[in-house]
Design a protein around this ligand. Structure first.
Ligand code: C5P
Length: 233
């Protein structure tokens, strides 16, 4: 068997509603650079990927203005209405190049603070695994189940000892991930990350502990935090 290759998929077709900005969050700037450019350059420069597919919104008008659009390592495809549709679209766009056992790493466009050591640990921990896994961070806060009241009231404290926050990249074998996403979408399963599709299809992705500062820029306050984290890396 030939050595599996490594592909990077970056879903960047979201419109970032929670950010309340005039452009999607991956096109907000930190230190004058687009978040998407920071995410792509940091990730691609940290591991020997064989190629990269970025899923873009059909009405995206910012991409041509990015540094990444001139990077020969990167190709683009049309994203879908949900994150999982965008990832599946990128996987299909890789079909002519990717083998069934190749590795696909899916990384959110809005996570610019990925540390090189986390990416290396993810790859080295999983490269001999049959299925794959994801970066994740143990939950640190005490967790409450809230009621439906306004304001919500604490109904109980949830045991956090086995709970993890799912981060990205998530790294899976190409054919297994395509099958899992197709199966989950056909069955109307909620697929908020690749791991949830793999779990639905009966696989058990490995949780590889990653740094908790690999944050996803989601609300306006995250932008300054991401800028600070990047200045410390
Ligand atoms: O909205 P959320 O924070 O879950 O988005 C996570 C990632 O998925 C972002 O990089 C976003 O651009 C991407 N996404 C996508 N296609 C969608 C929705 C989100 O590529 N339809």
């Amino acid at each position: 068997m030939t050595n599996p290759r490594f592909w990077l998929i970056v879903p960047a077709a979201g419109i970032g509603q929670r950010m309340q900005a005039e452009c999607p969050k991956q096109y907000l700037r930190i230190d004058r650079r687009y978040i998407l450019d920071i995410t792509l350059s940091r990730t691609l420069d940290s591991a020997p990927f064989d190629g990269c597919m970025v899923a873009l919104h059909p009405d995206d008008c910012w991409w041509p203005d990015t540094e990444a659009s001139g990077d020969s390592r990167i190709q683009t495809c049309r994203g879908g209405s949900e994150r999982a549709d965008s990832v599946l679209s990128a996987l299909r766009a890789l079909t002519p190049h990717a083998g069934a056992d190749d590795w696909v790493l899916v990384h959110d466009a809005a996570r610019p603070c990925l540390h090189r050591d986390d990416l290396t640990r993810l790859i080295t921990s999983l490269q001999n695994h049959d299925v794959g896994g994801l970066l994740a961070s143990p939950v640190a806060d005490t967790l409450k189940r809230g009621s439906n009241a306004t304001p919500p009231e604490a109904l109980e404290t949830v045991d956090r000892s086995s709970l993890w926050r799912a981060l990205t990249p998530q790294m899976f074998r190409y054919a297994k991930l395509v099958n899992a996403l197709e199966q989950a979408l056909e069955n109307g399963q909620p697929v908020t990350d690749e791991s949830s599709a793999m779990e639905f299809s009966g696989n058990m992705p490995v949780l590889v502990e990653g740094r908790p500062d690999n944050i996803k820029v989601t609300v306006p306050a995250d932008l300054a935090l991401a800028g600070f984290i990047l200045s410390q890396l």
